[in-house]
Design a protein around this ligand. Sequence first.
Ligand code: COA
Ligand code: AMP
Length: 629
Amino acid sequence: MRYAQLSAFAADEPDRFWVEVADKLAWTKRWDKVLGDGQGPIPRWFIGGELNACHNCVDRHVDDGFGDQVAIQYESAVTQISRSLTFAELKDATARLGGAMRARGVAKGDRIIIYMPNSPEAVIAMLACARIGAIHSVVFGGFAAKELAARIDDATPKLVIAASCGIEGAKVLPYQPMLEEAYAIADHRIEATIYWQREQAPADIGKTDAVDWADEIANAEPAPCEPVKATDPLYILYTSGTTGQPKGIVRDTGGYLAALAWTMEGIYNCPPGSTYWAASDVGWVVGHSYIVYGPLLNRNTTVVFEGKPVGTPDAGIFWSIMAKHKVRSFFTAPTAIRAIKQVDPEGALAAGHDLSSLKAVYLAGERTDPSTLEWTEKLLSKPVVDHWWQTETGWAICANPLGVEELPTKAGSTSVPMPGWDIACLDEDGVPVAANETGAIVARLPLPPGAAPTLWKAEERYVEAYLERYVGYYLSGDAGYIDEDGFVYVMTRTDDVINVAGHRLSSSAIEEVLAANPSVAECAVVGIHDDLKGQIPAGFVVLKAGEQSDSGLLQQQLVLDVRTAIGPVAAFKQVHIVSKLPKTRSGKILRRNIRQIADREEATIPATIEDRAVLEEYYKLFEYESGAV
Ligand code: COA
Ligand code: AMP
């Protein structure tokens, strides 16, 4: 079937379309209803069905005779360790860790926080949770103790599984002090922390609740796969919203696995047995879907890479790993390609590597600027797919479905909606805009399988954030346009979320930190253009009367405060002291105008601005005159 037919099939007969996909999974109980209401704010998939994610990703392949196939290929550019794990070894490892957790009283539905860098152990920890029906919540290593504590209090985990350290380039970052600081801040008490010990900075096992992974699994009774309901959560993944409090995105089990199974063929064109590599991090949704669940479900070898695209050791690392392991599909963020391009503009380090196995490159996390797309296409002579998705959706909303049909590439566009996604661009009144006109991008309900059905313990917030603005639609929070051929262009966020190097950050969360400083009267944080990271946050701070900032000490302190409260991943390095913030007459801060001035775009100043003259200071700050763009 070609793309148009397939899309029509999924739209006209969603039940049949998704049942054909779900039938490829192993179910312990077939569903009673394919899609039904009454279980939360949006219709749910495969109601009444039961299955286990670890069984589908691991045991099933061993049972089918593929136990000796490599499941995980670990490449650590920071420790020079290259290690492979077969499906049989992965089954044993998940069964043992699952058994160790059960021995500690972890039961179906309990939450486990995982705080680990990219490593086979992180994948084992996630799958071991899935195996026993526990819900994992992976927290990215670049977040600080306070952010970790917020997630501990929200998810109320029984245990934490952690690495003893992360390694960022040449820096070794011990995790135990960070975890202990988080435990001291959090109200919720965890029962134990299981540390995967790394020789670079082992955790102190004698201390408080710390136990050693190796001791835990040594005599553990291997745990079987515990069937869960298709609608039971497989994981919670926190992401930034418009407030400082992160949103706990809930991912159900059955629909997610079905959707991923379709994407591995339909989008990534990756037959079982071939090698798939998502150079992301297990702390992000891309890591969940395409380092762990998608490829393993499809019996692909998944490459787990610990390192950076540049500097570990150089900008050729991606190409050398692709050649070494005959990677067929490769997924990364545009910012990683920009980093390589900056260091090696001619792509000289790709020369000499046999990339004949590589069929296509997939980019997501932020908009792919046309020059990055074209540079990559020219260097590799392979299709480069810019595809659009969110933590909420779990898989691509729009893509070029290479496994179905290769559609023409239009630079700047994320191609077309995937089967099950009915996408529209609406104006303020909810009326679809004409082709090529900008509007809010929405998806008509019901959402396809895999998309988040709710937020953890915050159903009302889900309704408010995604469903209330346009009745009958899911609000993506992105704005853009659809061209006359149905290609979707995702241009910007409509809320105060900033996208830094493919990572989503809340400007409100950073503002909360700045506002807590006793010298600060009020502040605004906006995401301004950065050639490498796409956007970086910049703070604009008004001081309380009588406060001075001449020496720059306050700016340094504010940068440090954000690093301590949110984490280095925020990449917050820029603070400007201003005399006033531009506001509307009702007091809303005009962050968009600040961003436009910083980015040298024409400022679209609303008629309701309180005082236009306030903006002059911002033009001066960025060293040009108003009207010069
Ligand atoms: N644990 C602890 N600290 C971390 C971390 C982790 N897991 N990940 C990042 N950090 C720290 C970094 O060390 C850096 O700290 P610094 O301020 O002391 O230098 C800071 O957070 C910012 O990190 P990062 O965004 O990675 O910037 P960078 O300058 O080190 O590297 C890139 C720039 C472009 C190479 C990097 O951002 C990158 O590889 N991006 C790809 C993004 C990606 O894969 N996104 C996933 C979505 S698909
Ligand atoms: P996250 O939930 O962290 O994956 O961030 C999702 C957000 O990243 C989306 O809402 C978009 O704003 C942005 N994004 C992701 N992929 C793309 C893309 N291909 N093009 C444009 N924006 C993207």
